[in-house]
Design a binder for this molecule. Structure first.
Ligand SMILES: [Cu+2]
Length: 74
């Protein structure tokens, strides 16, 4: 069965430096189903490559918001 890998770009408010991006990428890379994650604090985006059958958007949003950042719906 092929992996249903999907790339998503999320807009995240509150990242002010590289350290913020690293906090988010390190937390998300521990989530099962997440293959690749990168953050750009200047653009305010988090790009996620994940198995959409395993990890849902709500889970990702929860992880980011638990760290104190805001995911912009869209
Ligand atoms: Cu920071």
């Amino acid at each position: 069965m092929p992996m249903m890998t999907e790339q998503q770009v999320m807009t995240v408010n509150g990242m002010s430096c590289d350290g913020c991006g690293r906090r988010i990428t390190s937390a998300l890379s521990d989530v099962a189903g997440v293959n690749e994650v990168s953050a750009d604090h200047e653009a305010g985006t988090v790009t996620l490559n994940a198995d959409s059958d395993v990890v849902g958007v709500d889970v990702v949003r929860g992880v980011i918001e638990d760290l104190g950042y805001e995911v912009v719906p869209g």
